[in-house]
Design a protein around this ligand. Structure first.
Ligand code: GAR
Length: 202
């Protein structure tokens, strides 16, 4: 089976990136990381990618006058790396419709809630404030709306009475690390289609 060339876009810690990379190295996911892009120079995930000797590029959005100018640089880097798939792994930027159109149904995101509940930042705090008894995580295909595209996989975790944002985030993160490689692996190895908002594996 041919290896998909995957780009990781990240802004921070990079633990989901490391899980994806590990699954690829163990050959659980038939893919390789062709490029790691960070929009934050100090992102720990960027440093982890460099120490793994993966191709990296840092493209700070603050250096660009417009979103389009920043995205043009990211797209050029993805093009040079001949990327097939893009995995957002804690990438805290909304992608424009024209960016998404460059990789139709080939951009994935992970989000620490059961979407459509609690999109955006601090999803775990939002869940605690709302008082939900379960939360979880979602892997979805990306469209131009925030944390919005068709859902590939979700996993539920309980919310305990004594949870705080740190404890709930840690419980959700365990499941994020499981479902992100699993979802990418299924998309790469199985037949699937999108029906309405649903990703149907056949
Ligand atoms: C993860 O919890 C991920 O779900 C979240 O950022 C964190 C990144 O952690 N993403 C979003 O909230 C996207 N809206 P990581 O850098 O350790 O993978």
């Amino acid at each position: 089976m041919s290896q998909a060339r995957v780009a990781i876009l990240l802004s921070g810690r990079g633990s989901n990136f490391l899980e994806l990379h590990g699954a690829m190295v163990r050959k659980e996911v038939p893919a390789e990381i062709a490029l790691v892009v960070s929009n934050v120079a100090e992102a720990p995930g960027l440093e982890k990618a460099r120490s793994l000797r993966l191709p990296t590029v840092c493209l700070p959005h603050r250096h660009e006058a417009t979103r389009e100018a920043h995205e043009a640089k990211v797209l050029a880097a993805l093009g040079r790396a001949e990327v097939d798939w893009v995995c957002l792994a804690g990438y805290m930027r909304l992608l424009s419709a024209s960016f998404v159109a460059e990789y139709p149904e080939r951009i994935l995101n992970i989000h620490p809630s059961l979407l459509p509940a609690f999109p955006g930042r601090n999803a775990q705090e939002q869940a605690l404030e709302w008082g939900v008894r379960v939360s979880g995580c979602t892997v979805h295909l990306v469209d131009e709306e925030l944390d919005h595209g068709p859902i590939v996989m979700q996993r539920v975790v309980p919310v305990h009475d004594d949870d705080n944002p740190i404890s709930l985030s840690a419980r959700i993160l365990v499941e994020e690390h499981r479902i992100y490689p699993e979802a990418l692996g299924r998309l790469l190895t199985e037949r699937w289609r999108i029906s309405g908002r649903r990703v149907i594996f056949s």
